[in-house]
Design a protein around this ligand. Structure first.
Ligand code: SF4
Length: 222
């Protein structure tokens, strides 16, 4: 008899740690980091996810998520949307076990097919990444009330780009949550960014990446 093919997904790692980004920041969360990415940002801190690859059954991942009592699960990468069909399957299973799901995506791929039950945290790449033309503008159409846009700020050029982008987005969608994170590898960037936000009076959330501030050591689950 033919055995049923089980659904799988390609991951880099699964770990348990604090959420360092988005408005879920500070919450204990399970992270499912998928492998591979379609961009090549100069500011990337997860290039290891491009080479660390294992194919894992979705059932196995759900079992791991069940064991950890936090309701928060973050699907990240790499770029998760490169595996859209597997991502949709894993989301469906996580919803069944009452997890509160977020997905972090680089903004270059359409998020249309992602369930409204999931918080989308969408990057808009700034010039310092070398990928600032990558944003898929249709993603603005699919934003739900709890979704968030995010920009990493490393220098003056990024600030100029961010201001133009923020003003254009809030003109049409004044309620959009836009997170600005200072690049913590650039000395003094946090202070510069805070001053800039107050001076420009832009409606954003200042968000230093918590996991980098506390240099946390995650608990690896797979
Ligand atoms: S999109 Fe994210 S994972 Fe991909 S290269 Fe850029 S920072 Fe790295």
């Amino acid at each position: 008899m033919k055995s049923k093919k089980l659904d799988t997904i390609r991951i880099s790692e699964i770990f348990y740690s604090f959420q360092g980004e988005s408005t879920f920041s500070g919450r204990p969360s399970i992270f499912i980091r998928l492998s591979a990415c379609n961009l090549n940002c100069k500011t990337c801190d997860t290039k290891y996810a491009f080479v660390n690859k294992k194919t894992v059954e979705i059932n196995k991942i759900i079992k791991i998520c069940k064991k950890i009592k936090t309701p928060y699960v973050c699907i990240t990468g790499g770029e998760p949307l490169l595996q859209l069909s597997a991502v949709k399957k894993i989301i469906k299973e996580l919803v069944k076990i009452n997890k509160i799901i977020s997905i972090e995506t680089n903004g270059s791929i359409s998020t249309k097919a992602i369930s409204k039950k999931v918080k989308k945290v969408i990057d808009i790449k700034t010039p310092s990444s070398g990928e600032c033309k990558s944003f898929n503008k249709s993603n603005l159409e699919y934003l739900n009330h709890n979704d968030e846009l995010k920009m990493l700020i490393s220098n003056k050029n990024d600030l100029i780009f961010a201001e133009k982008t923020i003003r254009s987005i809030i003109k049409k969608r004044p309620q959009t949550t836009i997170l600005l994170s200072p690049n913590l590898d650039v000395p003094g960037m946090s202070q510069r960014l805070v001053k800039w936000i107050l001076k420009k009076q832009v409606p954003v959330v200042f968000q230093p990446q918590l996991h980098k501030l506390i240099k946390e050591k995650p608990i690896y689950l797979l």
